[in-house]
Design a protein around this ligand. Structure first.
Ligand code: HDE
Length: 699
C-alpha cells in the first residue's frame, strides 16, 4: 500500500477518494524507495548473492517482496469485454425530466453529475487489438447523489440471444476455440457460425455485427444503446417503458474492412490512442443521452414484444427525446486502478429507473455482481475508489476480503436500542422502491410465442442501409463464412440469408462460389414481413459532413512548399480537425523556404490508414525518389483504395500516377488558395463511396 510517490507525478499513487489516505501520508515526506513495510531500500539494482558471481540467497526478502508483488499484478480479466478504454467526465441534463422520471440526476439543468465511461470490445482478451469485427461495449457509471447508476450497454441496439440461459453458449462459440486457442478476437471461425446458424433469433444482430457498426472509426463516434427495455418512473409512481440511446455529437463513422485489417497491424491501440489523444488536446468527446418513451398502454400496439432484446423500435415510429449531454474531459491517471478495476452492474440503478422482465436483462441482474466477486476478489469491490459512490453510503455489512473501512462501534445490525442515534436506518420516503408490477403465470421453461419472428427486423435493417452499406454486409458475411471450413454451416447460413433478403442471399452465395440458389431451406417459425425501412439506422445516410473530430495526415518532403503546408494546417484546424505530418524520416524535413519542420510520423509509422483525409505536399525532387519507394506508393494507393479525399501539389502527381490513382472528384490539387478551399469542402463530405464499386468486388 505504502508505495513511494514519484516526485514528478504528485498525485499518481493517491487514492481518488475514500480512506487509505493514512497509508500515504507516512511516505509523503520520505523520498526514499521503501519496501511495502516502509523499510528504506539501499540497492534497487542488485539482488543478494553468495559472492558477486554466486547464486541468489533465499534470504533476500526485498527481492522476494518485489517479485511476488509483480507476479500478482494481473487480476482475472473480464470474461467478455476484456479490452477496454475509459475516461472521466460529467453528465448534464438539458431540462428537468420530472414528467417521466424522478431520477435525481435528470432533474436540474444546472447540475453536473460526475461519470466514468468505459468502452470495450467483446470477444478478445485484454491484450487483443482495437479493431476486430466486434460489438463495442458502452458503459457509464453515473456517481449520482442517490447512489451509483450504471448504464451497461452496447453500440448495437439488439442482442444475439433472447434468454440469459444462452449467454455462456454464444460467448464460448465466439471466443477462441478451446482446443487450439485461436482465433483471438474474431468471429470468422467455425464455432461461432455453427452456433449462429442454429440460432435463428441471432439473425437481426448478425446483420448489425456484419455491418460497418462493428468496425467503428473511433470510440468517440459510436452510438450507445441500453438494448433492453427499461422503465422510467415518476415521483407519483407512474411507470413508462423506455429504450436508452447515446448519440455522439460529432456523428458516427466506420473504417472500411481493409483499413481495419491494416490498422490492426499499424496501430493495435488505434481506438484507445484516439480517445486518449482527443481528450489530451481538449477535443472532448460528447454524447447526448436520449430515450424513446413508450406508454404502458402503447406497448401492446407494437408489432413485436418489448421484452424481446432482439428487436428495436425505429426512431421513425417513436422519436428519441434527448435528455442531456455527457462530456468526457479527463483521462484516467492509472489504467489498472480505474479502467480495469471499474465494476459495472446493470443492477446498480437509482430511484426513477426500473427493469423490465426481458429475460436477458433479468439474467444480467445476477451475473455482474457475481463476476465482480471473482475479478475483484470479494464483496468489498465497491470500496475501490473508482467504484465507490460519491454520496455517503452506510449499512451493516461488515468485514470480508479486502475490507478497507475500519467500522467503529459494537452494533452491526438493526433494529437496535443501543446503536448511536446516527446509525443508518431504512428510509421509506426516499429509498428505492421496485415498481409494483403484477406478475402471474406458471413456473415454466419456455420462450414466449411473441418472441418468434426472427427475420422481419433483420430484413428491415438490411433494407434500410445505403447500397455501399449493403455491400459491406455482404462482403463481411462472405469473408467470415469463407473462414468456416464446414460446408454444412455455410449452407445453413445461406438458408437464413434467404429468409432475410433474397438479394443478400444471392450475393453472398455468389461470393462464396456456392451453387446458385445454394443453401439449406429453413422454415421460419413466423414468415418474415416487409416492414417500412428506417433510414435512421444507416450511418452513411446521416453522415454529418464535418471534419470536426477527424484527423488529417499531410505527407511532406524536403523542399515542400512551406506556404501550402501552413495554409492546409490552418484550414484543418479551423474545421476542428486534428492534423499530423508524415515524412520519409522521423527527423523531419527542410521546407522550400529553408525552415526545418518537425513531423509526427515516419512513413512506415504513419500509414495513410490512420487518417480520415490525406494530402501530399512534396517537392518534385523528392517525388522522383519516392516513386521507387513501395511505402510511399502504398501510402497513396491505400488512401485512394480506402475512398479518401486526397489533396496533392502538382509536383506530387507522379506519385499518384505510380499508385494508379484515377483522378476523380476526391483528388484535388492544393497549390493555391482556391484548390485548398475546394479540397476542404470535398473532404467534409467524407469518403467517396462512388469510387468503391470500381475498386472492389464483394467477397
Ligand atoms: Fe454483459 N457481461 N452480459 N452484456 N457486458 C459483462 O461483467 C452478461 C450483455 C456488457 O466495461 C461481464 O464486469 C450476461 C448485453 C458490457 O466493464 C459479465 C449477459 C449487453 C460489459 C457479463 C450479458 C452487455 C459487459 C463481464 C446475458 C448490452 C463490459 C465482466 C444475460 C446491453 C462492462 C463484467 C465494462 C460485461 C454478463 C449480455 C454489455 C460476465 C450473463 C445484452 C458493456 O458479468
Amino acid at each position: 500500500m505504502a508505495s513511494k510517490k514519484s516526485p514528478s507525478t504528485p498525485s499518481a499513487s493517491k487514492p481518488l477518494s475514500q480512506p487509505a489516505e493514512t497509508h500515504q501520508t507516512a511516505v509523503e515526506s520520505d523520498p526514499h524507495l521503501t519496501t511495502n513495510q516502509g523499510l528504506p531500500i539501499s540497492d534497487n539494482q542488485n539482488s543478494l548473492k553468495a559472492g558477486v558471481r554466486g547464486p541468489l540467497l533465499l534470504e533476500d526478502f526485498i527481492l522476494r517482496e518485489k517479485i511476488t508483488h509483480f507476479d500478482h499484478e494481473r487480476i482475472p480479466e473480464r470474461i467478455v469485454h476484456a479490452r477496454g478504454s475509459g475516461a472521466h467526465g460529467y453528465f448534464q441534463p438539458y431540462e428537468s425530466a420530472a414528467d417521466i422520471t424522478c431520477a435525481g440526476f435528470l432533474q436540474d439543468p444546472k447540475k453536473k453529475t460526475e461519470v466514468f465511461a468505459r468502452f470495450s470490445t467483446v470477444a478478445g482478451g485484454a491484450g487483443s487489438v482495437d479493431l476486430p469485427r466486434d460489438v463495442r461495449g458502452f458503459s457509464v457509471k453515473f456517481y449520482t447523489e442517490q447512489g451509483n447508476y450504471d448504464f451497461v450497454g452496447n453500440n448495437i441496439p439488439v442482442f444475439f440471444i433472447q434468454d440469459a440461459m444462452k449467454f455462456p453458449d454464444v460467448i464460448h462459440a465466439v471466443k477462441m476455440e478451446p482446443d487450439r486457442g485461436f482465433p483471438q478476437a474474431a468471429s470468422a471461425h467455425a464455432t461461432f457460425w455453427d452456433f449462429i446458424s442454429l440460432t435463428p433469433e441471432s439473425m437481426h444482430m448478425i446483420m448489425w455485427a456484419m455491418s460497418d457498426r462493428a468496425i467503428p472509426r473511433s470510440l468517440r463516434m459510436i452510438e450507445g444503446f441500453g438494448v433492453h427495455t427499461f422503465r422510467f418512473i415518476t415521483a407519483e409512481g407512474v411507470s413508462r417503458f423506455v429504450k436508452f440511446h447515446w448519440r455522439p455529437t460529432i456523428g458516427s463513422a466506420a473504417v472500411v474492412w481493409d483499413e481495419a485489417v491494416k490498422i490492426s497491424g499499424a496501430d493495435p491501440d488505434f481506438h484507445r490512442r484516439d480517445l486518449w489523444e482527443a481528450i489530451e488536446r481538449g477535443d472532448f468527446p460528447e454524447w447526448e443521452l436520449g430515450v424513446q418513451v413508450i406508454e404502458e398502454s402503447q406497448a401492446a400496439d407494437l408489432d413485436f414484444d418489448l421484452l424481446d432484446p432482439t428487436k428495436l423500435i425505429p426512431e421513425e415510429v417513436i422519436p428519441i427525446r434527448m435528455l442531456g449531454k455527457m462530456v468526457l474531459n479527463r483521462n484516467p491517471v492509472n489504467h489498472f486502478a480505474e479502467t480495469e478495476q471499474v465494476a459495472f452492474c446493470p443492477s446498480h440503478i437509482v430511484p426513477g429507473i426500473g427493469f423490465s422482465d426481458d429475460p436477458l436483462l433479468q439474467g444480467r441482474l445476477f451475473s455482474y455482481l457475481d463476476t465482480q466477486l471473482s475479478r475483484l476478489g470479494g464483496p468489498n469491490f465497491h470500496q475501490i475508489p473508482i467504484n465507490a459512490p460519491r454520496c455517503p453510503f452506510a449499512n451493516n455489512q461488515r468485514d470480508g476480503l479486502r475490507q478497507m473501512h475500519v467500522h467503529p462501534g459494537r452494533v452491526a445490525y438493526e433494529p437496535s436500542q443501543i446503536s448511536p442515534p446516527a446509525a443508518p436506518r431504512e428510509c421509506p420516503m426516499h429509498g428505492f422502491r421496485t415498481h409494483p408490477e403484477t406478475e402471474t403465470g406458471e413456473k415454466i421453461r419456455k420462450r414466449s410465442d411473441t418472441f418468434a419472428d426472427h427475420y422481419s427486423q433483420a430484413r428491415m435493417f438490411f433494407r434500410s442501409m445505403t447500397p455501399p452499406e449493403q455491400n459491406h454486409i455482404a462482403s463481411a458475411l462472405a469473408f467470415e463464412l469463407a473462414k468456416v471450413e464446414v460446408v454444412a454451416i455455410r449452407e445453413r447460413m445461406l438458408g437464413h440469408l434467404a429468409n432475410i433478403a433474397e438479394e443478400l442471399h444471392q450475393t453472398v452465395a455468389d461470393a462464396l462460389g456456392m451453387p446458385a440458389k445454394g443453401g439449406m431451406k429453413i422454415a421460419p417459425a413466423i414468415a418474415p414481413r416487409d416492414l417500412p425501412a428506417s433510414p435512421s439506422l444507416s450511418l452513411i445516410a446521416k453522415d454529418p459532413g464535418i471534419l470536426k473530430g477527424r484527423k488529417a495526415g499531410i505527407f511532406v518532403t524536403d523542399g515542400a512548399d512551406a506556404a501550402v503546408i501552413t495554409a492546409l494546417t490552418a484550414a484543418f484546424k479551423k474545421e476542428k480537425s486534428a492534423v499530423e505530418l508524415i515524412a520519409p524520416k522521423i527527423g523531419g524535413v527542410t521546407l522550400s523556404d529553408g525552415t526545418p519542420l518537425a513531423v509526427h510520423h515516419s512513413l512506415s509509422g504513419g500509414p495513410s490508414v490512420l487518417f480520415d483525409v490525406v494530402a501530399v505536399v512534396a517537392s518534385a525532387e523528392a517525388i522522383e525518389i519516392l516513386v521507387e519507394e513501395a511505402a510511399a506508393v502504398n501510402w497513396v494507393r491505400d488512401a485512394f483504395g480506402h475512398l479518401k479525399v486526397i489533396g496533392y501539389t502538382a509536383s506530387a502527381k507522379p506519385l499518384l500516377d505510380t499508385a494508379a490513382v484515377e483522378p476523380d472528384d476526391g483528388t484535388v490539387t492544393v497549390d493555391d488558395a482556391k484548390g485548398q478551399r475546394s479540397f476542404i469542402a470535398v473532404a467534409k463530405k467524407g469518403r467517396r463511396w462512388d469510387r468503391e464499386p470500381t475498386l472492389r468486388s464483394i467477397g
